[in-house]
Every structure is written in C-alpha cells, then in structure tokens.
Design a protein around this ligand. Sequence first.
Ligand code: UP5
Ligand code: MG
Length: 195
Amino acid sequence: DTNTMYNVIFVLGGPGAGKGTQCERIESTFGYVHLSAGDLLREERKKTESKYKDEIERHIKNGSIVPVEITCSLLREAMAKSQKQNFLIDGFPRNKDNLDGWNKEMDNVARVQKVLFFNCPDKICVERCLLRGKTSGRSDDNEESLKLRIQTYRESTMPIIEHYRQLSLVAELDGNKTEEEVFNDVKQVFQGLSS
Ligand code: UP5
Ligand code: MG
C-alpha cells in the first residue's frame, strides 16, 4: 500500500556541495523533513553510551563510510520518531553497502521519489569546507580529511548517483552558483514532482 509508505528524496553531491544548505530551504518551503545522515552520525558519536562512537569518529576523520547497519537504523529511527511521511535524506546512500542495506531494509517501507544531485567542482567544495572549518568544529573540515572525502565521493558515491541515473531518478543541479540561484533550480524540480 503506497499510501502508508514513506516518500524519500535522496540528496547527494560532494563534500561542501551545498546539500545541507539546500535541504534546510527545501524543508521550510516544501515541508519535507530534512535528515542528514552525517548529522545523525555526529549526534550518535556524542553519546557517551554509544557503542559505535569510536567507529563513527574513525570513519568521519578518514572520510570513509560507516557500515549501513548503523546509518540505516539511525535514519529509520528518526523517520519513525518524526511521525511524518516525506523525507529528504541528505548524504546517503554513499556506497554500494549503503545502497544494498537500504534496499534490503526499506524496500517495503519507503519509496525513492527522486535523487537530487548537487554537482560542484572539487576545488570549490574544498574551499567552502576549509572556510567553514574555521568555525564548524568538524573534525573532517581540514585539508587531509578533505582529500580523503573527495576520493571516497569519486570512487564510492558517484557510482550510486549513476545507478539512480539509470533509473531516471536523478535531478542534477549546478552547485556552483549562489545559494539563491541553486534554490531557484531546486524549486523547478519540486514543481515537476508528482506525489
Ligand atoms: N555554501 C553552501 N552553499 C553555498 C553556495 N551556493 N555558495 C557558496 N557557499 C555555499 O555547505 C558547505 C559550506 O558551503 C557551508 O559553509 C555553506 O554555508 C557553504 P553545506 O550545505 O554544509 O554542504 P554539504 O554538501 O552538506 O557539505 P558536508 O560537508 O555536510 O558534506 P559531506 O557529504 O562531506 O558531509 P556529511 O555530513 O554528509 O558526511 C560526513 C561524514 O560522515 C562522511 O565523510 C562519512 O565519513 C560519514 N557518513 C557516513 O559514513 N555515512 C553516511 O550515510 C553519511 C555520512
Ligand atoms: Mg552536510
């Protein structure tokens, strides 16, 4: 029964491509609940009682990808807790393990409506993250982690974007514009969305 299924829009793109920024705007304008997988992992890492915290921190610093069992259960928990139906899932799925785990666990629970892909040159992405790093406190906003994050994005996440492109689910947006201009493009995508 599709009426009781969650509607999910995945939001992908390199580090600093503007996923989080645009998701916040989408949330306020279109009512989709924004769930950032990275934010959920950073929250989990802060919990003293979490058995995953060291593993999560190691992956974040190395720009590598946390096993799907951890990420998917955090997402699923947040979705259930919100009691809403429409979600923007930001920064997930990032590799084949994520994709397979999601499909296995969420196949009968969620429908992937669209994949927003913010395409932005590496150089711009790095500049943005380094600038943010001055105040973000994020342990991965430094040159060394950024190299690894970009490499992981190229090797592991781009194939996932390609997978969804084959399924005609991808809306590609130029992330190398002003926030306002990118959001105007995003709005066009939402106007064409059938629910
Ligand atoms: N900014 C945004 N838009 C701009 C624009 N148009 N023009 C100029 N500046 C713009 O933006 C980044 C910065 O750029 C901000 O300062 C913003 O003001 C500015 P933001 O919107 O935060 O970009 P975003 O794409 O969200 O960048 P983020 O750094 O969050 O992306 P990542 O994908 O690297 O980070 P995420 O939090 O998703 O993941 C972090 C780590 O968690 C991963 O490396 C991985 O180790 C782990 N992870 C998993 O293992 N599994 C998951 O499923 C998810 C994460
Ligand atoms: Mg983000």
